[in-house]
Design a protein around this ligand. Structure first.
Ligand code: SAH
Length: 522
């Protein structure tokens, strides 16, 4: 059957697509329908049709899914943040469990019986709301020219007003209101992506859930004269528009003075710890620029992550916990409640007894490395962002951990360097480790990886296999690339031992997963 544009079809939704859209089939032909959820029977208008599939727009829910719930959030349909708020939380978890399973089966080629055997039930949240410790709000204008903070509409860059997000912290709104009122009062403009003009691009808010500390970072489109340590502010921009020269740069100190009123108000918020500006003058989608300057308080906030016993019901805390300093630019997991569970699973799967040599690849600010360090002989962390490694080293010191070493670089380059190289520098480092009776860098007992969505580079996987650790723990935020990488590892001497999805991002289509692999015949 050929479908034409504007044709109305009726279909029952059976699955969810990568962007949260409902998927239904008629005689093998596939329809993608936004805002339709599993179990709905809907009528929809065909918008774009090709040979085997079409995109259609939801017209009417003819018979609602038994799993349909009223979204908590008024703008759930238009906002790009959550995609599946209209699906009951129970069903969301089931969908995520199946998503991981299907990818491992389809892309990884794993046998269904094996998957049933090794897979544990997804770790959900008891209270799947207000879980995010970080929010980045774009600043702009609504149709009437009113200044707003909000969210990008799905797959676009138009801003929908809304500072009250149910997956974020309830304290975000108060802070944004203060910033918007200040901007209005002093006619500070919002950035316009199309023209590249305007001053305030985004506001980044972060809260340490255990410490109660707040961080505010204003991402500004301002020029910064490094030598003079000076900002270009609204007042001198106006001068330069009227022909005045660049002599009107102001110093950082004066800039802070100008923002004194704002800082005064922000400092009254309970827990306010760090206010910074980040300079981003690039015409790009990338949110943060390279330079960050703390203008009030400390350049970081604190948070701590505790260890939990994942083998017991309710996952009780064991009492051990680590403290981290987080700076505005560092990657830090956004769901602190689930992070404890995820890391505790990684710890359990690593099977440490206190002697092991462990590589932690894609280590960020060293959270997993330091989490494992107390149970291992020696930990080696690798991360491509040097600022994150700086944080990792400081975090190790702060927690009194001396058996963790960190290396800046790509995992696919650093690991082979240590494994293959004849470089005296690397050899010296590897030999010292051996002489000191500590673990062997070239033949580690365990390798943990936690790559970004694109998964591991093949060179990294090849070296991991060559190093032949007893166990590999794979922490993944994309089950498709996870499945691809597991296929490689399991075709090269490893067996799948444990798979457990963790719901780090309720109401979105994303799912995290922790996997344990064991060396065959090991
Ligand atoms: N394990 C950390 C970070 C995980 S996010 C945590 O739980 O907090 C993935 C990290 O991999 C990011 O910090 C990113 O900067 C880093 N990264 C991305 N590509 C990399 C590569 N090729 N080699 C090493 N690190 C990389």
């Amino acid at each position: 059957m050929v479908y034409n544009k504007n044709q109305i079809i009726e279909v029952t939704i059976e699955d969810i697509g990568v962007d949260g859209e409902g998927i239904g089939h008629i005689d093998g032909y596939t329809f993608f329908i936004k805002d339709a959820i599993i179990g709905d029977t809907v009528s929809a208008k065909v918008m774009k049709a090709s040979k085997n599939f079409a995109y259609a727009r939801l017209e009417k829910v003819i018979s609602p899914s038994p799993f349909r719930v009223t979204p908590k959030c008024d703008i759930a349909r238009s906002c790009g943040g959550c995609q599946i708020q209209a699906l009951s939380y129970e069903k969301q978890l089931e969908y995520k469990q199946n998503k991981v399973r299907n990818n491992l089966k389809r892309i990884g080629g794993f046998d269904e019986k094996l998957l049933d055997w090794v897979t544990d039930k997804i770790v959900g949240m008891d209270e799947p709301w207000n879980y995010r410790n970080k929010a980045v709000y774009p600043i702009g204008y609504n149709k009437d020219g009113k200044l707003i903070a909000g969210f990008y509409a799905g797959r676009t860059h138009s801003i929908i007003a809304g500072s009250d997000c149910f997956i974020g912290d309830p304290g975000n709104k108060k802070i944004l209101d203060i910033i918007l009122a200040h901007m209005e009062k002093y006619h500070i403009t919002a950035y316009n992506e199309e023209t590249g003009e305007g001053e305030v691009r985004h506001v980044l808010l972060r809260k340490g859930f255990t410490s109660g500390e707040w961080m505010v970072s204003l991402i500004l489109n301002q020029r910064l004269d490094k030598k003079a340590d000076a900002y270009r502010t609204k007042s001198n921009r106006e001068e330069s528009l009227s022909g005045a020269s660049d002599s009107s740069w102001i110093t950082q100190k004066d800039f802070i003075k100008e923002q004194g009123e704002l800082l005064g108000k922000l400092s009254e918020i309970k827990g306010m710890t760090s206010v910074s500006v980040n300079i981003n003058n690039e015409k790009t989608n990338v949110i943060l620029g390279k330079e960050t300057y703390c203008i009030w308080g400390k350049p970081y906030i604190k948070d701590s992550i505790g260890v939990r016993d994942m083998t017991k019901p309710g996952y009780p805390k064991t009492g051990r916990s680590l403290e981290f300093h987080i700076s505005p630019q560092s990657f830090y997991q956004v769901n602190p409640v689930q992070t404890e569970k995820l890391y505790s699973l990684a710890l359990e799967y690593a099977g440490l007894t206190g002697k092991e040599a462990v590589w932690d690849l894609y280590c960020g600010i060293g959270t997993i490395s330091l989490f494992l360090a107390g149970n291992a002989g020696q930990i080696y962390g690798v991360e491509v962002i040097d600022k994150a490694i700086e944080d990792a080293r400081n975090n190790a010191k702060r927690n009194g951990i001396s058996n963790a070493k960190f290396f800046v670089g790509k995992a696919e380059e650093v690991l082979p360097q240590f494994y293959n190289t004849t470089s005296p520098l690397v050899n010296a480092s590897a030999n010292t480790e051996k002489k000191s009776g500590k673990a062997d860098m070239r033949n580690p007992d365990v390798i943990v990886v936690d790559p970004p969505r694109k998964g591991c580079d093949e060179e990294c996987l090849r070296t991991m296999v060559a190093m032949a650790p007893e166990r590999i723990v794979y922490v993944s935020c994309d089950s498709a690339t996870l499945a691809r990488d597991l296929k490689y590892l399991c075709s090269n001497g490893y067996n799948l031992r444990k798979v457990r999805p963790v719901d780090m991002f309720p109401h979105t289509v994303h799912v995290e997963c922790c996997v344990a692999l064991q060396k065959a015949n090991g």
